[in-house]
Each structure stands twice: as C-alpha cells, then as structure tokens.
Design a protein around this ligand. Structure first.
Ligand code: HEM
Ligand SMILES: *[C@@H]1O[C@H](CO)[C@@H](O)[C@H](O)[C@H]1NC(C)=O
Ligand SMILES: *[C@@H]1O[C@H](CO)[C@@H](O)[C@H](O)[C@H]1NC(C)=O
Length: 516
C-alpha cells in the first residue's frame, strides 16, 4: 500500500483517495464490530451467561483428526456409536464447543437447551446451511425456508395434513396391499427394509400427487425411485459438509435432481390439465394437494418444489421407523407376542383396520415410542443463530449457567444421543423396553423425547407417519403371524449394529425376517 502510494504517477491522487476511503471503511467496520461485540457482551451479562468451558478435544490443526475419525466411522457404518463413545470418553458433558475446520460452533444434548432453541427462543434461530445443501434438490419450500416464507408454507401445508386426517386410512390401503402381495410372493429370509422404502414412497406420492397418473410407465416410476434415492444420499452428504457443501456438487447429482423434478412436474401439469378440462371441483377430488397449493402459489414450479419438500420429509423417515420396529420386535419375541395379542384382541375383522381401532392399541404406541427413541430419524440436526441469543445451560464451572451464542454461530444437536442418555432414561437406556412408556415416569418428559421435534416447526407429518406405521405394522402382523428373526441374524446391543446414515438412520444390513 505504502509502496503503491509513494511511486508517483498520474493516478496518485486517485489512489490516495481510494486508500483513504478504504481506511475509513475498515475503521467503520471495526467500530461496528466492536459495537456489536459490546452489545453482545452486555446481552450476555443481562442473561447471566458464563463461558462454555468444555470443548471437544483434537490434536491436528483445524481438528482434521476429529474430522477424519468421524469420516472413517461414517464409512464403517458406526458414526453414531463412535460419537456416543467419544462424548463419554472425552467427558465433554451435555453442551460443548466444537471447532471444526477453523469454525467455532456448539453442540448440545441438553433437553433444556433444545427447548430454548426449538420453542422458547424459536425466533432467534434459523436453518443455517441446510437451505444451501438441499436447495438443488427441493428448491423453495417448507424444509428450506425460514421466517415469513416458512410461515406461509407451513400454513399452506398444514391444511393438507388436517384434511388427510379425515380420510382414515384410505391413502395407505393400496400401498399396503401391494406390500403384502410382494412379501407373500417371496420365500425364505426376506429383507423388509427395501419393501418399506417402496411402501412409504407409494403412500407419500399418493398423498401429494393424488390419483396415479396413467401417462407414466413402470419404468418411469423405477427411474424416479433410483434418482430420488441418489439425491437423498448426496443431499445428506452436502448437509454434513454444512457451509462447505458447494465443494460437493457432482454432475450426476444435478442430473438426478433434474429427473426427480421432471417426474413431479408431470403430476403438476397433469392436475392442472385435469382442472382445465373437467373443472375445479372434479379435479380437486383427484389431486387435492396439488390444486390447493396452486390456488395459493399460482406457479407450477413453486408447487412442484413444495411437493419435493414433503416427499423428502416424509418418505425415508417413516420407512426407517417401520424397519427398525420390526428389527427390534423380532429380536424381542416377548414384546412381539404381546403386540400380536393386542392386535388380535382389537382388530378382529381381519383386513379393515381403522384409526379408531389403532387408537385402542396402547402397547403398539409404546413400541413406536421406544423405536422412535432408540432410532431417532433425523438423528442429528443444526440451527444457526439469526440474532445474538443464549442457551439456558452449559456455561460456568458447573455447566449450569446460560451460554451466549452470538449471531451467525451454529449449534448442532443430537436427539439420537439424547434419547440414549442414562441421565434421562436410566441404566438400561440402550435397551429396547417398550414397557418403560407404561408407567408415569416418562409422562412429563418434555423435550427429553422429541423424535418429531417440538415448538413451531414440529413435524407436520407426525400423525400421518404414526398412523401409517401403525396401520402397516398391524396389517403385516395380521397377515404373517409367524413372522420372526431369520436364522444366523446377528443380535447385538441396540446402537452397535451397522448403520447407514443419510438424513435418516437406516440399518446397513436391512431387516431380515422369516415370514412363514
Ligand atoms: C417417523 C417419521 C417421521 C419423523 C421421525 C419425522 C421427524 C421430523 C422432524 C424431526 C422434523 C423437524 C425438522 C427440522 O425442523 O429440522 C420434521 C419436519 C417435517 N416433517 Fe416429519 N417426520 C416423520 C414423518 C413425516 C411424514 C410422513 C411427513 C409427510 C408426509 C412429514 C412431513 C414433515 C414436514 C413437512 C416437516 C417440516 C415442518 C416445518 O419445517 O415446519 N414428516 N419431521
Ligand atoms: C373393507 O374395505 C373395503 C374397501 O376398502 C370394503 O369394500 C369392504 O366392505 C370393507 N369390509 C368391511 C368388513 O368393513
Ligand atoms: C409417547 O410419547 C409421547 C410424547 O411424545 C407421549 O405423549 C405419549 O404418551 C407416549 N405414548 C405412550 C404410550 O407412552
């Protein structure tokens, strides 16, 4: 800079002027930062914030060793188990600082902090890097939005889920009949997991797209399924890379996203054409979801994107819940038998199981709670402070004081690990014991149990998912009363089996059972 100025020439005055402006600007920024910093400090003092003492240890620069070990564990299929051990071994407690690739962030497993982030101080937090990670796949929609836009999407979609509740279990009937037929046609050891992915794809597409579209061939559906799986896989990797997600954008990903969108566009166009040809009322019977969204959004692309958002939220989550439920039941024959008896005593007329009947199956609810606890879908998640805020616990020598979180900083949280905490669930926290939900102990658990989160962004599909899983489980157990663990299938402690971690957590070895 000095050199540049001292070498005189025709542009000297100009350069001096630019230099001065630059200096002024830098000073301004510095003062502004200082002001922000002071304001934040005062804010922290006001709320009794204390420094966060514990941080995740690392040895290599940029915490590359921690990064590498996690990557290795991910590939080996035991990342969540590795983290459990790592947290315990390093005694970082429930809330700690993480410094990964030079960025400071926070991590918490504390129900009180989760309640503050997701509910009490909801307005202070946003999705952070999720939007960028998933945008190429699902675009503008409830799962990628914050603020006003999110609120609008939420209202729009909530109507759809309310409507669905009045339809009892109709939307699940055709898909479950296909699933049962597919299972009946196989012999020997059968892997249920891929069948559940097919089943929930069928129910979710039927929910959002409406009546099946005859213009698409079975091959089209198959291609869609493959592309969707691939997109979800890469999308999850991009989420894990957080602010570095632009590093990973393979051309195959772009192409698969384009194909998935094309498929959804068929349905949107088909519904709009139906409306044009047969009138609003008649078409709305066949494609209520699409046409109601269109009425409000008035843009086929925005409608398509919202559909994609619901698809990504609803499909894998419920498939994995069902798969883990059977995975656990066949390893716990006493629980399986008790559930079979309950089903038998309530759904006596065979095929037509109703919502009202499902509501009368308390043990089934315990089984689902217990599975949601041990295999929390969307196991790990993040939020970013959109303004300077605080979390109520983790600071000070005893970790009981609030901690200041400055604007722009991120916090990771893991319902998966919290749900396996011995402090909350006792010494047998890693064991499958549906009975723990029967007594009064867990009635006021609050944010200590949050498979669907809580607060304003509570899962919109909670009722849909639980009804779908319940209905599916009942129909399968009615049809295959001898369902049991396949021979040679491993029985290891829950959490130690190999897992495939994408946005959700699936069993890497599937869910292998014998049906007859
Ligand atoms: C076992 C099954 C499911 C689980 C465990 C689950 C869990 C969750 C969780 C934890 C969130 C909050 C994510 C966040 O804010 O970071 C969420 C959001 C959401 N879920 Fe689910 N979900 C399930 C099934 C479904 C189904 C079947 C649908 C729809 C058919 C669905 C639709 C949604 C939507 C639209 C949101 C976004 C809500 C918002 O941001 O306001 N979910 N889900
Ligand atoms: C079961 O449902 C089917 C249609 O889904 C209906 O035709 C049949 O009458 C129902 N059976 C009973 C016993 O309710
Ligand atoms: C399952 O958990 C929910 C909390 O999300 C609770 O309200 C419900 O009572 C539990 N169900 C049973 C059967 O314990």
């Amino acid at each position: 800079m000095i050199d540049a100025i001292s070498t005189s020439g025709p542009g000297l005055t100009l350069r001096l002027a630019v230099g001065t402006i630059f200096l002024l600007y830098a000073t301004y920024i510095y003062i502004q930062r200082r002001k922000d910093y002071d304001a934040d400090r005062l804010f922290g003092e006001k709320h009794g914030c204390m420094p966060l003492k514990r941080r995740l240890p690392y040895k290599w620069p940029l915490a590359l060793d921690a990064f590498k070990r996690q990557y290795d564990a991910l590939v080996a299929g035991n990342l969540l188990a590795f983290q459990s051990e790592y947290f315990e071994e390093t005694q970082v407690g429930q809330t700690f600082e993480v410094k990964l690739l030079g960025r400071v962030g926070y991590f918490t497993l504390d129900p009180q902090n989760l309640e503050a982030i997701l509910s009490t101080n909801f307005e202070d937090w946003g999705l952070g890097s999720r939007r960028e990670g998933l945008y190429p796949m699902i675009g503008e929609g409830i799962f990628t939005q914050d603020g006003h836009q999110w609120k609008h999407s939420r209202e729009l979609l909530r109507r759809q889920f309310v409507r669905i509740q009045y339809q009892d279990v109709k939307v699940f009937e055709t898909p479950i009949n296909s699933l049962l037929a597919a299972l009946s046609s196989q012999t020997g050891v059968i892997d249920l997991q891929p069948e559940f992915f097919r089943f929930t794809l069928a129910t979710t597409t039927s929910l959002i797209f409406g009546e099946p579209f005859a213009g698409l061939t079975p091959k089209d559906h198959e291609v869609f399924e493959e592309n969707f799986d691939y997109c979800a896989l890469i999308g999850a990797m991009r989420l894990r890379l957080a602010n570095f997600c632009w590093l990973y954008n393979p051309s195959k990903f772009k192409q698969a996203c384009a194909e998935v969108k094309k498929y959804a566009t068929y349905y949107v166009n088909h519904a709009l054409k139906d409306q044009e040809e047969n009138g609003e009322e008649e078409a709305a019977d066949r494609h209520p979801f699409i046409l109601d969204l269109y009425k409000e959004l008035r843009d086929p692309i925005l409608v398509r994107d919202q559909l994609m958002n619901v698809l990504i939220a609803g499909r894998d989550t419920t498939a994995c819940l069902m798969s883990w439920t059977f995975y656990l039941l066949v390893r716990h024959p006493t629980s399986l038998e008790r559930l079979q008896q309950e089903i038998h005593s309530i759904a006596t007329n065979g095929q037509n199981v109703t919502r009202a009947q499902i509501a009368k199956m308390p043990y089934l609810k315990c089984v689902l709670n217990e599975t949601n606890r041990l295999y929390t879908q969307i196991p790990v998640n993040v939020r970013e402070a959109t303004k300077t805020t605080y979390i109520p616990r983790g600071g000070g020598p005893d970790g009981q004081s609030p901690v200041l979180i400055r604007k722009g900083f991120g916090i990771g949280f893991s319902p998966y690990h919290m749900h396996r905490s011995k402090d909350i669930y006792g010494e047998d926290a890693n064991e499958f014991r549906p009975e723990r939900w029967e007594g009064p102990q867990l009635k006021n658990i609050g944010f200590g149990f949050m498979p669907f989160h809580g607060g304003p962004r509570l899962c919109l599909g909670k009722d849909f998912a639980l009804t779908e899983a319940s209905y599916g489980i009942v129909r399968i157990l009615q049809t295959f009363p001898n369902l049991r663990l396949g021979p040679d299938e491993p029985k290891v402690q829950s959490g130690q089996e190999k897992q495939t971690l994408t946005i959700v957590v699936a069993s890497a070895d599937g869910c292998k059972v014998l049906l007859s």
